[in-house]
Every structure is written in structure tokens, then in C-alpha cells.
Ligand binder design. Structure first.
Ligand code: MN3
Length: 207
């Protein structure tokens, strides 16, 4: 995502969902979206606004707040809420109705170079999502012209490691518990097969 200044200047805004709340059903139900987007994501944005109000961070882009607070133990709450606001906006765009399938040629070629095949890339992404212990995220990223799968715990985001995020999968329990209970594997496989937005990942590639 580009480093955009939010529209109201000093207040972070909850970005609109890029589709209807029932558009990902039955892989992700409208009920899950109503809590995940309407409560969890919204709370990160609201909490961030409260935490930065009247400080030098108010009005900065999410990316600048994240990069300016990462690793600073005095600003952990601000980092966590800013990073989660960013991670969720990125997650909604990493999915789409009727997603999955074959990636655009540019991404497919890079997957073949970096992983051997599209299938091997998908398997590595699924394995990262499954093996993240507790809450966190699985990511497809670009580093030095190659693709890589990484995972992060809690609110952590690969931006702070100098790599380019291409897409992510939320593996916090709130992302799947209403629909899949403890079956994270079923959520992850269904998301990769039916919802993952390879076009978004390709759009995020750096030349
Ligand atoms: Mn979440």
C-alpha cells in the first residue's frame, strides 16, 4: 500500500470493506466479518486515535506511525494498534470473492523461481499459517527481488523488517473461530483455495 495521508488529517479512518459483508460466505461468514471488521478492526483504529490524540504522531500515516514506534517499549500500545489497523486493512484486500486460482503471470513466474511452483508456494503459505503459535499472521513478501513466506506474532508486520508485504492471512482465533472453531487448517486451506487475492499481491510487487 502506498504511504497515504488519511483524509481527515488528524484522525485515522476505518477503511471501507472492499466488498459486502456476506461476499466471502461460506468460507468466511457475514457474522465473522461483522465482529472481525466491525468490532476488532474498528477497535484498533479507535484505540489508536485515542492514544495519539494531541501527540506528534497524530495525523501521520499508519506506515509512519508503525515505523516510528516499532521496537520502542514506551510506545508498545501505539505500535500494536497502528500495526493491527494496517494489518487488517491489508488483510481485507488480500481476500476477494471468487479468489484463489491461478496467479497473474508476473507473480506465477516469480513463484516458480522462488518456490519451484505455485503449488509449493501455496503449501509454504499454509504451513506458515498453521505453524504460527498463537495469534499472528502469515505473509507472502518480496525481498531482494524474490518471494518469501514469513510469519509474524501478534501485531508484528514485515514492514519493520525492510521487506515488501504482498498479502497476508490473519490467524488470530477471532478470524476463524465462529466459522471453524479450533480447525485453523480448514480456514487456512479454504482461504488459500477460494479467497486469496493474487491480483492484490501482484499489484504490490516492486519493480
Ligand atoms: Mn484479526
Amino acid at each position: 500500500m502506498s504511504d497515504q495521508i488519511n483524509e481527515k488529517g488528524s484522525v485515522q479512518v476505518l477503511p471501507a470493506l472492499p466488498y459486502a459483508d456476506n461476499a466471502l460466505d461460506p468460507v468466511i461468514s457475514a457474522q465473522t466479518i461483522s465482529y472481525h471488521y466491525g468490532k476488532h478492526h474498528k477497535a484498533y483504529v479507535d484505540n489508536l486515535n485515542k492514544l495519539v490524540a494531541g501527540t506528534e504522531l497524530a495525523g501521520l500515516s499508519l506506515e509512519k506511525i508503525i515505523m516510528g514506534t516499532a521496537g520502542n517499549t514506551d510506545k508498545t500500545a501505539i505500535f500494536n494498534n497502528a500495526a493491527q489497523a494496517w494489518n487488517h486493512a491489508f488483510y481485507w484486500r488480500s481476500l476477494k470473492p471468487k479468489g484463489g486460482g491461478q496467479p497473474p503471470m508476473v507473480l506465477k513466474n516469480m513463484m516458480e523461481v522462488s518456490f519451484g511452483s505455485v503449488d509449493a508456494c501455496q503449501k509454504e503459505l499454509a504451513a506458515a499459517a498453521m505453524s504460527q503459535f498463537g495469534s499472528g499472521w502469515a505473509w507472502l513478501v518480496q525481498e531482494n527481488g524474490k518471494l518469501k513466506v514469513v510469519k509474524t506474532g501478534n501485531a508484528q508486520v514485515p514492514l519493520t523488517q525492510g521487506v515488501t508485504p504482498l498479502l497476508n492471512i490473519d490467524v488470530w482465533e477471532h478470524a476463524y473461530y465462529l466459522d471453524y472453531q479450533n480447525r485453523r487448517v480448514d480456514y487456512v486451506n479454504a482461504v488459500i483455495e477460494k479467497l486469496i487475492n493474487w491480483d492484490f499481491a501482484a499489484d504490490n510487487l516492486k519493480p
